[in-house]
Design a binder for this molecule. Sequence first.
Ligand SMILES: NC(=O)c1ccc[n+]([C@@H]2O[C@H](COP(=O)([O-])OP(=O)(O)OC[C@H]3O[C@@H](n4cnc5c(N)ncnc54)[C@H](OP(=O)(O)O)[C@@H]3O)[C@@H](O)[C@H]2O)c1
Length: 218
Amino acid sequence: MKIALLGKGKTGSKVLENKIHQIFAFDSKNPPTFERLETFDVIISFLPGDAFKSYIPLLVETKLPVVIGSTGLEWPANLDQTLKDRKLSWIYATNFSLGVAVVKQMLNKLSHAQNFFPNHKTSIHEIHHTHKKDAPSGTALSMEEWMHEKCSITSERTADVIGFHELTFDTGYEKIKLSHEALDRKLFADGAIWAAEYLFKNKNPGLNSFQEIIERTL
Ligand SMILES: NC(=O)c1ccc[n+]([C@@H]2O[C@H](COP(=O)([O-])OP(=O)(O)OC[C@H]3O[C@@H](n4cnc5c(N)ncnc54)[C@H](OP(=O)(O)O)[C@@H]3O)[C@@H](O)[C@H]2O)c1
C-alpha cells in the first residue's frame, strides 16, 4: 500500500517507522499537491488541525481514502454529506489508541448509570506536553461526548507527557475513576495504519469515527 503521510512531527515520524508499507511524508517545506498525492492509495494526516483543515478541498479532489489524526479543528458542517455524495471514505479519531476504543465502551456503560445518581458530577483532567496546540484535548472532548453529558474539563501542559486522561464520576458519596495513559506515540501510528489498511480494503462512504469502525469489527 502506498501511503501519503501529511506531517512528520512527533506522531507522523512514528508512522514513518512502519516497514510494511511504502510511505512518503509531506510537511511545510514539502507541501502536498494534487499531482503528487494522486499516485498514492491512501492519505494519513498528523498535521495540526488548522493545517489539515486548509487541505480539505485538495484531499476531496484526490478522491483518495483519508485517515485523520489531526485534532483541534471544527469540521465543515457539510463534509460528511460531501464525502457520501462523492462515495469517499474517510476515518477520523481524536485518539487512535485501541485502548481508548475500550475506554469508550466502559464510558458507555457508566453513562447508562447516570440516572442512579441524580447529584453526580463528572470531570475530566487531561495532561499533555507543552507543545500541544489545542486545549482541551480532542480525546477529552470525545470522552465528554461518550458520557452524553456536560463534564468539567481541566487541562495541564507539562514537559513531554504524551497523553494522560482521567475521568472522575463523583456521586457525592463515592468516586469512580477511569484513566488512560499513552506511553509511546507508536500506538497512535499503529491505529492510524490499521485504519488505512481498513480503508484500502473496505468502502464506507462518509466521515467515519475510528471507534465506531473498531466496535463493528470487534
Ligand atoms: N488522533 C491521535 O491519535 C493523535 C495522537 C497524537 C497527536 N495527534 C494530533 O496530531 C497532530 C500533530 O501532532 P504532533 O504532535 O505530531 O505535531 P508536530 O510534532 O508539531 O508535527 C506537525 C507536522 O505537521 C507539519 N505541518 C504543519 N503545518 C503544515 C502545513 N501547513 N503543511 C504541511 N505540513 C505542515 C509539520 O511540518 P513542519 O515542521 O515543516 O512545519 C510537522 O511535520 C495534532 O493535531 C495532535 O493533537 C493525534
